[in-house]
Design a protein around this ligand. Sequence first.
Ligand code: HEM
Length: 291
Amino acid sequence: MYPWYDYSRRLSPLKLAVFVALFVPAAWVAVALGMGWLGARPLNEAIHQIGLWTIRFIFIALAITPLRAILQWQRLILVRRMVGVAAFAYACAHLSLYMVDQAFDLAKIATEIAVRIYLTIGFTAVLGLTALAATSTDGMVRRLGRRWQQLHRVVYAIAALAVIHFWMQSKLEIWEPTIMAGVLVWLFGYRLLARFVAVRGRAPLPWVGALGIAAALLTAGGEALFFRLSYGVDPVRVLDANLSLATGIRPAVVVLALGLAVTLAGVARNWVAPIASRSGSRERGGATARP
Ligand code: HEM
């Protein structure tokens, strides 16, 4: 079955659009590499660009279940597997570009992965993604049954490893990895809400709003702790920076904006189609959904 068909074998515009969109970053990097647009160290820049899209796709795949529940957009689940497999493909491309950069010197590559801790962590994440991709077919979902869901929870650990890898190689430029860490806190938090306070698989929106604020506070605290431990910077100065634009928009502010945007989107969705008027059976969260 083509990836742009839904389960009833009809063309799904959503699946088709996502399928095409997933190729765009790789195509852009390939063209830019070929045209010499990637600066003085093109291969290194390509590694960075593809690495960024790998982690973004992991996070998009993770966000689909909460967004589906909050926005009451059931068909979103149709693209989760596709995005997850794309994350795996980008991770392979990222690793392959690294191998090209090392002139396929396999002994050196293996040694580097063994001794450079950020590479060891990245490689572990790739192994995890490989296991998830290998078990993502309909046949494997059926064969593994409940164990499939248990196995696929590993994606949270993979996302955490990816953030650590990103963070460690970023040195001082930790703006985006800090945002990723904050979003991961939100995603973990939503999972807890879905488990303990959800009604028909959907966390109540006041809780979702509170989660956005909590994730932002933890992001600000984490950033302050990082600068304190790494550079001895007074944490109050880092926390204060969140209240002004003097040092640009801080990661915690971005995490807060994302959390509140999702909450408001949920409010708007409720307003357009009140949850009470919808069928209860269709409101189940991702726990029982097909990949
Ligand atoms: C799921 C697994 C992985 C993810 C999500 C990932 C993601 C990333 C990200 C986001 C960056 C930084 C991009 C930027 O700052 O613009 C990066 C850099 C990098 N990654 Fe990965 N990566 C993964 C696995 C690996 C593996 C297995 C290797 C090699 C063994 C690797 C080698 C590198 C290298 C060499 C850099 C650039 C470091 C530098 O220029 O100092 N990554 N990766």
